[in-house]
Structure formats: structure tokens, C-alpha cells
Design a protein around this ligand. Sequence first.
Ligand code: PMM
Length: 290
Amino acid sequence: MVVPRRRYTLSLPDGRSLELGARTLLMGIVNVTPDSFADGGAFLDPSRAVAAAEALEAAGADLIDVGGESTRPGAEALPADVECARVLPVLDALARRVRVPVSIDTYKAEVARRALDAGASMVNDVSALRYDPAIARVAAGSGAPLVLMHSRGRSRAMYREARYADVAAEVTRELASAVRAATAAGVARTQIVVDPGLGFAKRAEQTLELLGRLPALGALDRPVLVGPSRKSFLSLALGERPPSEREWGTASAVAAAVILGAHIVRVHAVAPHVDVVRVADSIRAQAALQ
Ligand code: PMM
């Protein structure tokens, strides 16, 4: 069933705003890391990362998400200085070179603060405030929207936490508590985006179920961001294969997410997904007429 998608407006620190819900927004991924599972090492050189972001914008990205620490299971936590040394030169250049808003994918308050100073306009926290709660005050102080992504445990041990009686209900409940923590720290509720955290502290079966039951997150009354791109849960349907060969599988998950109510989808390959979300948005629009 095509579920209604509510409209939301996020305010950006530079005075612009992002309209969510009328059409699906595409967030293009630039990982400035040596070890991300899908694009690790490709953009560690800042000039290559900047060129990749420009190419994503030209392909139709509505947002660019820049990250400096790999979130793949078992990845080492980086000192904030090292993470900053990776992302700040890229953000500095992007402030002059791209028009679309740039988000910083970090769970560290210090990295978020310095990234916002360098021109980022949104904070994407894959720990939903659990690793460094001070990040909420940083987002609140800057007026930047804050993405709260569901996960459990720390990176190294997150699969030990993948025990759910009802994955959609538990993820919704845990995100609700993260939303409360963020608002208690001063973040405007209207600036919060929620994300079910596909593949984070979830087995493949649980991730597929959660994606299929995405409308459960509607109880939070916040825009929903979904990131299925090239993730290993796709292998449950596709069989084992490298991330680079999961693009069609990603497209299917993106189409499902849009039909099920996602407002923003986070992908590595923006160009093909422009068509995917256009068609899925058209299906939504026509179904709403009936
Ligand atoms: N996935 C990854 C990293 N950051 N952020 C959000 N909000 N949602 C996600 O699903 C998400 C994320 C891991 O993928 P990557 O290593 O390819 O960036």
C-alpha cells in the first residue's frame, strides 16, 4: 500500500530551507576514508573527494553527505583530529564549489562543530546521540538539522545487539527516545530527521523486515531518511557478491523505501537513482489520486 507522506520543512543555518515530502530527495555519499565497505579509499585525497561531490551534484543530488570515519562493522574509532583532517579540507572546498547543502556524517561533537564552521549545514549522527551526546547541543547551537540514525552497541559489537522481538516497534521506540534526548538538549523537534539504520545492529532478515515495515516510523511524525546503498543485507536476496555489484538491488530497495514513505534516500550512485525516485514518486502521486 502507498502510505501518505507528510510534508516537512527543515531550516538550514544559511537561511535556506529544505522541503521534504513533495518529492524524494537524494543524498549522495562521499566517504573520505580508506576503509568504507563500498567506496573506501576512492576519495581519501581531498581533491578527488571534492570532484566526486561535484559530480554527484551534477548528477542530481539534493544533498551531499561527507564522512571521515568508516562505520563498517569492526572499524576502529578515529581520534577527532584525524577525522577533521580528512573532512575539513573537503568541506572548505565544497562551501565554494557546490550549491546543495552538505551534511557531516559524524557522531563526534567536536567534528560536527568544526564541520559546521567549515560550511556543513546538517549533522548526520549514526549513533543517534549515544556515543557523544554533546553533539545535540552543537546541532542546536548552529541551527542545523540533525539526523538521528538507529543502531545499538558500538561498531565492533553491534551484531551482538541484533536481537528483536519486533524490529519495527523497537526501532521506532528507540528512535523516539533519541528524539526526546535531542529536544531536551535544545534541538528543535522540527529540525530532526529519523533513520532506521539499515544494516546497523540488525541481521539481513531484520533489515529487510524493517524496510518493509517502514511506515511504522510514521508514529514519530518526523521525516525519514533511508540508506540501503550497496549494503550486505541485499546479499540475502542476491547471494554473496561485492558491493559494486549490488546497484540494481539498491535500486529496488530505494524504490520500496520511497513507496513506503521515505523522504530522503542516501546512495552512492546518484545518477541512476534520479530515475528510480522519479518513477517511484510518480506512482505515489498517481495512487494518491485514487
Ligand atoms: N549508512 C552508512 C553510513 N552513514 N548515515 C545514515 N543516516 N544512514 C545510513 O544508513 C548510513 C549512514 C554506512 O554506509 P557507507 O559506509 O557506504 O557510508
